[in-house]
Design a protein around this ligand. Structure first.
Ligand SMILES: Cc1cc2nc3c(=O)[nH]c(=O)nc-3n(C[C@H](O)[C@H](O)[C@H](O)COP(=O)(O)OP(=O)(O)OC[C@H]3O[C@@H](n4cnc5c(N)ncnc54)[C@H](O)[C@@H]3O)c2cc1C
Length: 453
């Protein structure tokens, strides 16, 4: 049975902000502090849900590295993000948290966290501040685009039940709708076609800081892999993905700690870093994989696959590994030999078997080489819904220098819905907050000019 909206309401406001994530809340704060009357709408029953989820990982608010290195994390979008960070960078993020009663500290990696490593106290204090400043919250209001007369359409809910539709007219509008990752928390990317229909240039939404599916080549001898890769380019059907059932059952969910990951793309750009990641049901994910994910994703998009190399023993040089592998093992099994001479066991040993197959692990030269550079071929990024963040979105070319859409004067965009991406490390939240500050300035300027005009 279709549920019919029970009523239509109307609301006129000075500034409407749609999206109560960090970008929208920061825009609301800045505008309200300047005396602007703000109405903030969000589809969910409460705001800041992804911010709260980020708190589960300790809430990495920002990073302590020098400003130019920080801005460099935004890659091709450094030029557009850097001016925002000059207005509101790492120091301002720390000061903002402190003003809400939350002190921060710099972790060993240079990342900055709130002392309690939780998002809830910060969000609570922030919402108290915003309500005190007069920001009016309208939760359970899902924006549906514009009606023919240019009013904003919101589907409203009373609890879990559709309640009707509210039409909102605003002198200025801030869209801070987030990307398309973790849609269950509110950001689903549904806005993309509505903006496109109004002439706004968008880059396709894609997963960023994401996991990958591996190519399934069983049995995994090096020659099978090479043959398979030669054929892959010409394959019409998608290549088989995932681990062998044996490997998946034994090792899915297990972490690989202190490994090196290297990857060189077709342009010769090289990524090499140490860290850790996790074996999943169908591939790999986790911080080290996320760090390389932009290059891996783009290589898969261009060539259908990307082969990275894992150094399973980054503390040991190749000569030492070779010598230990070849060391006479008497009656001991290969597994106990590798465990006692090199400390390789568990998931690392499983990976060697998975990729090299029985023949490969019994060939000392191939085995020693693979321990230092194990090839792992990836064939698909995991869907954006599972990713930490979203690449793509509203193109900067569609915006003026204050984040206003050239195609729709008076409408501003902020946060992760813009076409930028960055690794994890506090860069995402910082840029979202900074763009909230930027659009708030833009809205004030726009309203001021409207008054003058
Ligand atoms: C597991 C996880 C951990 C993370 N950890 C960190 C971290 O430690 N550090 C870091 O820097 N970043 C982290 N991030 C990323 C960070 O949380 C996001 O980049 C940030 O929340 C984006 O802010 P935003 O305001 O642009 O969008 P969002 O936070 O996504 O907020 C958008 C809001 O818009 C609302 N909305 C969307 N569509 C509609 C609509 N049609 N109508 C009404 N409302 C709508 C949503 O309900 C939502 O409340 C993490 C992300 C994930 C998934």
């Amino acid at each position: 049975m279709t549920e019919v909206p029970t009523h239509r309401a109307q609301l006129d406001c000075e500034v409407a902000i749609v999206g109560g994530g960090p970008a929208g809340l920061m825009a609301a704060q800045r505008l309200a502090q300047a005396g602007v009357r703000v109405h903030l709408f969000d589809a969910m029953p409460s705001v800041g849900r992804k911010f709260l989820l980020a708190g589960k990982g300790g809430l990495n608010l920002t990073h302590s590295e020098p400003a130019d290195a920080f801005a460099g994390r935004f890659g091709a979008r450094q030029t557009q993000i850097e001016p925002m960070l000059e207005g509101f960078g790492a120091d301002q993020v720390k000061a903002w948290a402190a003003a809400l009663g939350i002190e921060t500290f710099v972790g060993t990696s240079g990342r900055v966290f709130p002392v309690g490593m939780k998002a809830a106290p910060l969000l609570r204090a922030w919402l108290v501040q915003l309500r005190g400043l007069g920001v009016q919250f309208h939760t359970r209001h899902r924006w549906l685009g514009w009606d023919e007369a240019g009013a904003l359409r919101f589907a409203t809910r009373a609890g879990e039940v559709p309640a009707g539709e509210t039409l909102v007219r605003a002198r200025a509008l801030v869209l801070a709708l987030g990307g398309a990752s973790w849609p269950q928390l509110g950001s689903d990317g549904a806005w993309a076609p509505w903006l496109q229909a109004r002439g706004v240039q968008l880059a396709p939404l894609q997963p960023a800081n994401c996991g990958f599916d591996v190519l399934n080549v069983a049995p995994g001898s090096a020659e099978t892999r090479r043959e398979f890769l030669r054929e892959l380019v010409g394959l019409e059907a998608a290549p088989a993905r995932g681990w062998t059932p044996h490997f998946q059952q034994r090792f899915a969910g297990q972490p690989l700690k202190s490994v090196g990951l290297s990857f060189t793309d077709s342009q010769g750009q090289a990524f090499a870093r140490r860290g850790e990641f996790v074996v999943t049901e169908t591939g790999i994910e986790g911080s080290l994989v996320y760090a390389a994910s932009q290059w891996l994703r783009d290589a898969i998009a261009a060539q259908g696959h990307a082969t990275l190399h894992l150094d399973l023993l980054p503390e040991h040089d190749a000569q030492r590994v070779d010598a230990e592998v070849r060391h006479p093992r008497g009656s001991r099994s290969l597994s106990s030999h590798l465990k006692s001479r090199l400390g390789i066991d568990g998931v690392k040993m499983g990976l060697l078997h998975e990729v090299l197959g029985r023949d490969g692990v019994n060939d000392p030269q191939a085995l020693a080489a693979a321990i230092k550079a194990l090839p792992l071929t990836l064939v698909a990024a995991r869907p954006v819904a599972e990713a930490i963040s979203t690449a793509g979105g509203v193109a900067f070319e569609a915006l003026d220098s204050k984040g206003m859409l050239q195609a729709i004067p008076g409408v501003f965009c902020a946060g992760e819905m813009l076409d930028w991406e960055a690794p994890t490390g506090g860069y995402l939240l910082t840029a979202c907050l900074a763009s909230g500050v930027q659009v708030a300035d833009g809205v004030r300027q726009f309203l001021g000019e409207a008054v003058k005009g």
